[in-house]
Design a protein around this ligand. Structure first.
Ligand SMILES: [Zn+2]
Length: 225
């Protein structure tokens, strides 16, 4: 009887420990924040795994601005420059890279998965959701299915001309802006058409921002990889 009682207690303890309930933050958002929670998630659904884009996509390039002071917050927000996305996003991006490569271009990543606390830090510095995602909602970047990117010309290995620099919050970065330079318009169109071909949706205000439309399938996360 006594052994049975101890066993019952032990089982209750173990099931509680393995359930690893995702806690809700002060905004009522469930944010996955431990490695165990992440391991459980990917055990249940391998599409939830975050993939290192540089390992997964041959030739992909990066300029992780948030690891430098060259970004709209003028502060270093990352200590590392690894770029990760969920497996379905990485697969789609790999297909984009392959199509672009045959046309003489390659992808240049500015930002991919972004831990939730970085979104909070950005909003503290610039509390305006025109410029930074509101932490009360979180961002597709926190879910690992949004990406900020441009292209490089493989002949020159330099970024192509786009309507603005990354994180320019003027109307020139908008989807409906008509660039005077036809080369700029063509570059933006090539990136946009190819991203859409493989299932990404674009932003109406940021030419560099793309995301998977089923982003709600992927929980907000606050783990550094
Ligand atoms: Zn973005």
């Amino acid at each position: 009887m006594r052994i049975f009682g101890i066993l019952t207690l032990l089982c209750a303890f173990l099931s509680q420990a393995s359930a690893q309930k995702i806690s809700v933050n002060k905004y009522g958002l469930a944010v996955l924040s431990t490695r165990q929670q992440y391991d459980q998630l990917i055990k249940a659904d391998s599409n939830q795994q975050l993939v290192n884009l540089e390992h997964y996509i041959p030739g992909i390039q990066k300029d992780v601005r948030y690891a430098t002071t060259n970004n709209f917050t003028k502060q270093k927000l990352y200590t590392k420059t690894d770029i990760y996305m969920r497996l379905p996003a990485a697969k789609a991006l790999k297909a984009v890279q392959e199509v672009l490569r045959r046309k003489g271009y390659g992808l240049l990543i500015y930002d991919a998965y972004r831990p939730y606390h970085v979104t909070e830090a950005m909003f503290k510095i610039v509390p305006n959701d025109l410029y930074a995602a509101d932490p009360r909602k979180g961002s597709g970047h926190n879910r690992g299915v949004a990406v900020d990117l441009s292209m490089v010309n493989l002949k020159t290995n330099k970024p192509v001309a786009m309507p603005t620099d990354f994180d320019d919050f003027t109307s020139k970065a908008h989807e409906n802006y008509n660039p005077a330079d036809p080369v700029v318009a063509a570059n933006r169109k090539l990136l946009r058409d190819t991203m859409k071909q493989f299932g990404f949706k674009g932003s109406t205000t940021e030419w560099w921002h793309y995301y998977l439309p089923d982003y709600k399938k992927y929980p907000l996360m606050d783990i550094f990889f």
